[in-house]
Design a binder for this molecule. Sequence first.
Ligand SMILES: Cc1cc2nc3c(=O)[nH]c(=O)nc-3n(C[C@H](O)[C@H](O)[C@H](O)COP(=O)(O)OP(=O)(O)OC[C@H]3O[C@@H](n4cnc5c(N)ncnc54)[C@H](O)[C@@H]3O)c2cc1C
Length: 474
Amino acid sequence: MSVHHHIHPEGVKIIIVGAGICGLMTAIQLERAGMDYVVFEKAKECLPLGSALSLTPACSYIFDQLGMLEDIQSVSLPCQKIDYVRDDLSKVGTMDAGNNKERYGYNGILITRPAFYDILLSRVPAHKIHWGKRILNFEQNQYGVMIRVADNSTHHADILIGADGAYSAVRQTLYKSMLKKGLTVPKSDLAPLHFNSNCVIGVTDVLSEEEFPVLKDRTGDFHVIIGKERSIQVYLFTFAESRIGWQICGKMENPEDHDEQNFRFSDWGPVAADDLCDQVRHYQCPFGGTLGDLMDRTPKERLSKVMLEDKYFHTWWHLRTVLMGDACHKHLPFGGQGANQAILDSVHLVNQLYAIPSGSLEDVAKSFKAYHANRSPNARDVYKSTGMVANILGSRGLGSDTLRSLTLSKTPKWLNEMGMDGMNSERPVLCFLPPPNVHPTVKGKPQAVPVHYKQLLKVKGIRGASSIFSLASA
Ligand SMILES: Cc1cc2nc3c(=O)[nH]c(=O)nc-3n(C[C@H](O)[C@H](O)[C@H](O)COP(=O)(O)OP(=O)(O)OC[C@H]3O[C@@H](n4cnc5c(N)ncnc54)[C@H](O)[C@@H]3O)c2cc1C
């Protein structure tokens, strides 16, 4: 594959805070763009935490462009439907994604977070990631940005990217500094993250196909059990490496007892079993036996618990600092959108940065403004629809049960497809790599030309990739 290499103006230095999915995806793309970046991550090493990630067709456009798709497909399964059942295993309905490839170019992907994370890590040169570096705060002005790390070191750059998750230190410092200067930050941006549910996640040991014949199917279709008594949902996934993943999400009885300050359990980490597990142990498992059987096959280090927060932030950048991923929009996991949205952010931002002519404040600010303008409407829509899915799945009572059945089994095909088309319309591609060779029947939303791109084409005479933007720039 030919790569449109382009040498960047000397001196545009980028610091990424956070080596989560968002930070690493950004690093991989900046690497391919030949740009000067470095990643700071607070964790001392990466832990194989987390369970399932379901990645939408849109992400595969980028994986394909970056030459990662085959590696990802070899350790994942295509996801073509989601089955919803009650806790007696009676059917509620199905969400069909069987024609994603034909309509949107690729199938959805079900992969374990550790498997995906390993692939991402393998694509970033080891010396570009600094582990065990917790960013405390930063300062920025017209000339540059300086971060302070907990080990007392400081580092300078032209651009600071906050990809440091829901409790982003970059975001908190950014907002504080804006307020200090008398700038407006919307009230809702300053309020704590909202949460009312928690979640326990486990991944079993490798299981035998004799004992769990479902593993023979080799599909990444997943199951959702909707609990009757309490607002509990259990998600079940079968993974390519013959493990079963389970995820229990339950509304907390007294969420008002907790807030960001006195109960901060936002970090994913191994935990002891939880009372949420006890409440669903007896549920029948659609793969045979009970959920308790799966829990008993789950080693402790593959168990984690996390608070389920959600929040959309309106302020994404100021001066030389920009936010992405969970740092500016934290989704509930019910729509499976957290990682997808983070990946789409990274494509939009890297396209803007690729075209940036210099590290001057004016150029940087123009890029960030365009990134926010192009990316945020879709991120906000998805945030809203994830909240709606959470409500449909989380409410209890006869009326809710009927509504769920109607939504999941009685919706006409055309209406279903209209919804799916909307969800899959945002499919940005990287402007500096050849577009993927797919021909979906449903076209994606035209992509805006990165703000400095036309100028770049003129100056550098780069051709080829410009065809991607023929629609938008015509
Ligand atoms: C260990 C882990 C397991 C997860 N498991 C699942 C799962 O099973 N299913 C699911 O749907 N979602 C899971 N998620 C969440 C999901 O990955 C994210 O919602 C999504 O990928 C968006 O990622 P992000 O990169 O924006 O944020 P995150 O994934 O939260 O990554 C942020 C990164 O920044 C680092 N960081 C934070 N503060 C600082 C600081 N001050 N200085 C330096 N570094 C800092 C964090 O250690 C982390 O590596 C998990 C996240 C993590 C971190």
